[in-house]
Ligand binder design. Sequence first.
Ligand code: AMP
Ligand code: GLY
Length: 422
Amino acid sequence: MKILVIGGGGREHTLVWKLNQSPNVDKIYCAPGNAGIAQIAECVNISDTDVDALVQFADRNRIDLTVVGPEAGLVAGVVDAFQAQGLTIFGPSQKAAELEGSKIFAKYVMDKYKVPTASYKTFTDADAAKAHIKASPAPIVVKADGLAAGKGAIVCQTTDAALKAIDMIMVDRSFGEAGNKVVIEECLKGEEASVLAISDGINFIPLVAAQDHKPIFDNDEGPNTGGMGAYAPAVLVNDDMMKTVCKTVIAPMIKGMALEGRPYRGVLYAGLMITKQGPKVIEFNCRFGDPEAQAIIPLLDCDLAELLLASCNGTLDTFEVKTSPKTAVAVVMSSGGYPGEYQKGKIIFGLENITEDNVTVFHAGTKTNNGRIVTNGGRVLAVAAVSDTVDAAISDAYHAVGKITWDGAYYRKDIAYKALKR
Ligand code: AMP
Ligand code: GLY
C-alpha cells in the first residue's frame, strides 16, 4: 500500500509513525510534513488545504489510502474531491465535517437526536446577543459558529467579559466569517475528557478515552492553547462511563448523521464535560485530537492502515481494535511565548539522547535548517511515553523531556497529574 497523510503537526507524525508499522504499507508520503515525519516518510511540499494539488498528487502517485489530519481540508471538502476521482480517503465528507465547521449545525443535530449538551441560543446580531448575555447569569460561554483555529470558544466569568467577546467575534471580526453567527451557552461544570470513535457511517469503534490539557500553565491556568499534553486512558472515563458515552453521544450522532443524509465516516471526536448529570458534549471535532492522538495511537494494538481502510470500506463491523493495557503520557514542548507571539528557528538540542524503547518524540512545529532540526511553530514536539502505570509514564515522559532543550523551550510540569489525583 502507498499512503498519503495530509498535515504536518504532531498528530500527523503520530499517524505516520503508526502507519509505518503496518506490514502492508510500503511507502508513506506526507503533505507537507515536518522534520520528524521526514525521517520516516517522504514529505511533499503541498499545503493541507490545497485540495486540487493533493488530488493530483494522489492520482499521479497511485496512492491507495489518504489520511487527513487537520480539520481545514475536511471542512473545505478534500474528501469529496478525492472520492470524485475514485481515490480512497479516510475522513468525513464536507457535509459531515460540518459537525466541526459549524457549532450551530452540531447543536441542531444534538438537539434533534437528543444528545446531551449545554443549553444554548444562537445569534446573528451583536445587539441581540448582548441583550441575551445581560439577561443571563455569568459565567457564560461565547462561541464563534465557524472554524477559529481552536480559539473561537471563550469561557466568560463575567457579563462584561462576555460582552467583550461579542465585540471581538461579531464587531471586530477577529475570526473573520467564522464570527457571522455565535452560540451563547451555559457554562458546564465538571472535568473534561475526549472520546474518539472511528466510524464507517453505520458502525463505530470507540478508542481509549484521553484527557487533554488546554491551558498554557500548570493547574490549568492561563489562556487556552491547542493542547499542552494528553494522557490515555482517561481515568474518569471508566468502563461504565464509556458505555454511557457510546450510548448517549456516539451512537445517536452516527445514526443521526446517517438519517440527515450525511453519513459520518472518519474519526468523530467528542469533547465532553463529565458533569454530575453525566457526560455532556462541549464540541465535536471531525478528526483526531492533537495532542490526544499522541497518547491514544501508541496504545493501539492493531494495524492502523487496516482500521482506517475498514472505515473507508464500510467494514468496521468485522474489525477488532485491541488496546494495550498500559498508559501513555504525551508532554508537549512549546516555543516560549506561545500561544502568544514566539520566535522560530531555534536549534533543538538533545533529540539524539532519547533512546528509550517506550518513548517517542513526535514532532509538530519543526524543520531542518542546514542539517539541524530547528523550531518552526508554537507547539514544537510531544514527548510520549508508554508505561505500565500512570506514575511510570509520567516519570518516563518527563525524564525524556529533561534531555531536550532549545532557547525558550517551555512545557507544563503537571501533565496527567489529574489521573494521579483520582
Ligand atoms: P472548544 O473550542 O469548543 O473546544 O472549547 C475550548 C474549551 O473551552 C473547552 O475545552 C472547554 O474547556 C471550554 N468550554 C467550551 N464550552 C464550554 C462550556 N459550555 N462549559 C464549560 N467550558 C466550556
Ligand atoms: N486537543 C484539542 C483538539 O485537537 O482540538
